[in-house]
Design a protein around this ligand. Structure first.
Ligand code: SF4
Ligand code: SF4
Ligand code: FES
Length: 259
């Protein structure tokens, strides 16, 4: 198979590759494996026999379950990524960190005083931050962790909520923090306070929730619950779908009874 053909067929996240596909060595917890070069770390580990009981969720880069630390041969630098999104490279030394035991303060959002001092008292360790920026360098989502921690130290909940919006709670920032901060739990509290108490409410959302509470969708959901697996699958496959490249606001389903 030519190089061009190889790259044509062996792309994406396919675990079973055509004969002749190139493999590369990677090291998982110190042991060497040969894996197809086009796979993500997650697929490569499954390819060599690992089964994910933890450390795998959405497979789409959004749930934060698959944080991975790795180093490349000959480098001192530690690198970070999501196993479901990062493609393997030759001689990667890999370790998964599917859970990080960071402190998470208990609180009741309905009773909380929505001010920065509340965050400071629930997470006093925030003032242990020494602005080293290791957290930002570790973040696989490109979130500026140091900046949102600094915003919160200054009392700016709104800025912290916006800066941390892409956080997927993977915990890699906390794993690198010399101040022992659970940055992602702190930012989550900031976003919750911002969403519940500071940001203006969305009127269309309130209207939608009220509509749902009238029971409008109960019969439909009841019918779905009675369907067999095959009937559900057929319904799903035959559903009306928005075209992938439709400009926003230009598509409307022919059957609008569920809207
Ligand atoms: S901010 Fe921390 S927990 Fe959130 S995505 Fe980045 S590294 Fe992961
Ligand atoms: S790693 Fe910890 S100490 Fe360093 S900047 Fe981030 S929050 Fe601050
Ligand atoms: S499995 Fe969800 S982010 Fe990787």
């Amino acid at each position: 198979m030519s190089e061009a053909q190889h790259h044509q067929v062996a792309t994406g996240d396919r675990a079973i590759l055509p004969e002749g596909a190139r493999t590369i060595p990677i090291f998982v917890m110190g042991k060497r494996y040969e894996v197809p070069e086009t796979l993500t770390i997650m697929k490569a580990m499954e390819y060599v026999g690992f089964k994910f009981l933890r450390g795998c969720g959405c497979r789409g880069g959004i749930c934060g379950a698959c944080p991975t630390v790795y180093r490349k041969e000959g480098e001192y630098k530690l690198r970070f990524g999501l196993a479901c999104q990062t493609v393997v490279e030759p001689n990667m030394y890999l370790a998964q960190i599917p859970f990080y035991p960071a402190n998470r303060a208990p609180y009741n959002l309905d009773e909380i005083n929505p001010v920065a001092e509340t965050i400071h008292s629930l997470y006093p360790e925030i003032f242990r931050c020494v602005a080293c920026n290791s957290c930002t360098k570790a973040c696989p989502m490109g979130v500026n962790v140091l900046d949102y921690i600094s915003a919160l130290k200054q009392g700016d909940i709104e800025r912290a909520a916006h800066l941390s919006f892409d956080c997927i709670q993977c915990g890699l920032c906390a794993s690198r923090c010399m101040g022992e901060l659970p940055q992602y739990h702190i930012a989550q509290l900031a976003r919750r306070i911002f969403g519940k108490y500071i940001q203006a409410g969305a009127e269309h959302l309130k209207a939608r929730v009220a509509e749902i509470e009238t029971g409008k969708y109960d019969p439909t959901l009841g019918n779905l619950q009675k369907m067999s697996h095959d009937e559900l699958e057929k319904l799903y496959k035959e559903r009306e779908r928005e075209p992938d490249l439709a400009p926003p606001g230009t598509w409307w389903p022919q059957d609008a009874q569920y809207l």
